[in-house]
Ligand binder design. Structure first.
Ligand code: MG
Length: 162
């Protein structure tokens, strides 16, 4: 077994009232994301990328929204659970790259905190968890401020190779 890669995508609706949680970081905002957990769209995309890389299905299979355990959950706790499931499968996260699509607020001030929190959950150096952000330039559901989306790719390696 060698290096394996996976892709993840997620989107959530924006609703009035915060807080907004992205990459495990709570930020002040007039708008928050709606969902069963904390609706952390960035962390959810990363989780799906990791599960994809490991061949472990997707976030809905691993953490069903019928399971009350995860209601209003801190999604970084789900990410930690994914790291444990990877370990059980003889794998470890090696690198993550993600793009968050959101019209506002600007995320530059929070980027390092997101990288640190996400990397900490995966036992990685923050330089191996890259977070990028882009707006929708006024076009589509992101551009109209109706929601946020995120894309991620992840690489996993066998534990023995680390
Ligand atoms: Mg989600």
């Amino acid at each position: 077994m060698s290096t394996q890669t996976g892709i993840g995508y997620d989107s959530h609706r924006l609703t009035p009232g915060g807080p907004l949680v992205l990459g495990g970081v709570r930020m002040e905002s007039e708008w928050g994301l709606e969902g069963h957990s904390d609706a952390d769209v960035l962390t959810h995309a990363i989780i799906d990328a990791l599960l994809g890389a490991a061949g472990l299905g997707d976030i809905g299979q691993q953490f069903p929204d019928t399971d009350e355990t995860w209601r209003d959950a801190d999604s970084v706790e789900l990410l930690e659970a994914v790291a444990a499931r990877l370990h059980d499968a003889g794998l470890a996260a090696r690198h993550v790259d993600a793009t968050l699509m959101l019209e506002a607020p600007k995320l530059g001030a929070h980027r390092d905190a997101m990288r640190e929190r996400l990397a900490g959950a995966l036992g990685l150096d923050p330089r191996h968890v890259n977070v990028k952000a882009t707006t929708g330039e006024g076009v589509g559901f992101v551009g109209r401020g109706e929601g946020a989306a995120a894309l991620a790719v992840a690489t996993v390696e066998p534990l023995v190779a680390l």
